[in-house]
Design a protein around this ligand. Structure first.
Ligand SMILES: Cc1cc2nc3c(=O)[nH]c(=O)nc-3n(C[C@H](O)[C@H](O)[C@H](O)COP(=O)(O)OP(=O)(O)OC[C@H]3O[C@@H](n4cnc5c(N)ncnc54)[C@H](O)[C@@H]3O)c2cc1C
Length: 371
């Protein structure tokens, strides 16, 4: 691309920090850099017309772990590690609320429910361990998190008892991302969309960055591309596609809250009198390990089947729209936040709870680059 003198001078010169990716991590990172360096030139490069990964695609659960998930995590992590994971998610959610305000992100605290299919083998152990897990989490919440509630939403083909989480909430993902983008722009941080970072090389005290449109140099480079990370850096992150559908508005919708089903492989919630429903990656882990957006018949059919037989067995509904997003996952649940050199840093592998930890990971990434 043949850039003008003005374009080069105003947008692409003397760049102190370049962030790749304008998801929740990249945007939060930019805000923290601005706090530390009021005068710095901060640039965000985003390959999509909007952020095109997970942050504008997700289900908007403001969650920190269902009971079965915590029990499963305790098989591979110590109690202290699990406690720290939960604490981080709670701290991250608080930071997000503080940064933007509950109203601006459409935060609602309807609570969360874990449902168990008839054949679910975790049901018994969840009921048995509820007191133990409540005790474990007491230092974070100063209260009991999980309790048993009967199935009051007329779901079918599930166990009669559900596990209620009084601290779980939901956000409006679109509102949250719009508020975050506005805040970033109001702080004089530049965002260039449709700009794909293809490669970079370190060059003395700076990093030379090549995009699909131009090349330029930046003092520091911060990579927050989550599921797409392996296109730029060599870290243990795999893409994981997640498929979602949403119904048309349903008159007198009786369901309110966030719901986890079948060990968290399925999740649904109310929004605008509709049901948003996602999951089913466990039907084809290998096929869903992709950076390509799209839907498959196998997963979409299963989602519709569960909607008909479990979630809305007595209510007519129509599916209005379907989409997918790309997450970043790995063997470990912890995000990778690290310095790759003196000039290059990454904050990636956010997994399925990026709303909860995204703001915090962004802050940690910024702090790495401040030294
Ligand atoms: C369907 C779905 C449902 C989910 N539901 C929930 C939920 O209910 N609650 C929850 O807490 N979490 C949920 N998540 C996870 C959460 O959305 C993510 O963990 C979080 O958004 C990750 O944020 P991020 O900023 O790290 O990554 P992303 O939002 O993916 O941002 C990365 C950005 O980098 C850009 N990019 C990539 N490569 C390049 C490049 N080379 N050059 C320029 N730009 C590039 C991408 O376009 C993208 O915008 C869900 C995810 C999905 C997909």
């Amino acid at each position: 691309m043949n850039l003008s003198y003005w374009e080069i001078k105003f947008w692409l010169s003397n760049t102190d920090f370049t962030i790749v990716g304008s998801g929740i991590v990249g945007l939060s990172c930019a805000l923290h850099l601005r706090e530390r360096f009021p005068k710095a030139n901060i640039l965000i490069l985003e390959r999509g017309f909007l952020p095109q990964g997970a942050s504008t695609k997700n289900a908007g659960f403001a969650c920190f772990g269902s009971l079965s998930e915590i029990i499963e995590d305790l098989k591979t992590h110590s109690e202290e590690e699990v406690l720290q994971l939960v604490k981080k998610r709670v701290d991250g959610l608080n930071l997000l609320k503080q940064t933007l305000g509950e109203k601006a992100i459409g935060y609602e605290n309807y609570g969360g429910y874990e449902l168990f299919l008839e054949q679910d083998d975790l049901y018994k152990s969840c009921l048995e361990q509820i007191d133990r897990i409540n005790q474990l989490l007491e230092p974070v919440f100063n209260a009991s998190v999980y309790s048993i509630k009967s199935n009051s939403f007329q779901f079918k083909n599930i166990k009669e008892q559900t596990i209620f989480n009084t601290f779980e909430g939901q956000i409006d993902t679109g509102l949250m991302m719009e508020a975050l983008l506005k805040k970033v722009q109001s702080k004089g941080i530049k965002i260039l969309n449709n700009c794909h970072v293809e490669s970079f090389v370190e060059n003395g005290n700076s990093v030379k960055i090549k995009t699909n449109l131009f090349e330029f140099s930046s003092s520091k480079l911060l990579i927050s591309t989550n599921g797409f990370a392996s296109q730029l850096i060599n870290q243990e992150v795999k893409p994981a596609r997640a498929q979602v559908l949403i119904t048309k508005p349903i008159k007198d919708l009786h369901i309110k809250g966030t719901f986890h089903l079948d060990k968290g492989y399925y999740y649904f919630r109310n929004i605008d009198n509709r049901i948003l429903f996602g999951g089913g990656r466990n039907l084809d882990f290998k096929g869903e390990e992709t950076i390509e957006f799209g839907q498959t018949e196998q997963i979409q059919n299963r989602l519709e089947d569960i909607l008909k037989t479990v979630i809305l067995p007595n209510t007519p509904f129509e599916v209005e729209h379907r989409w997918s997003g790309i997450m970043g996952v790995g063997h470990q649940k912890k995000a990778i936040v690290k310095s790759l050199s003196n000039q290059v840093f990454c904050g990636v592998r956010l997994g399925g709870m990026g709303i909860a930890i995204g703001s915090l990971v962004g802050k940690e990434l910024a702090e790495l680059a401040c030294h």
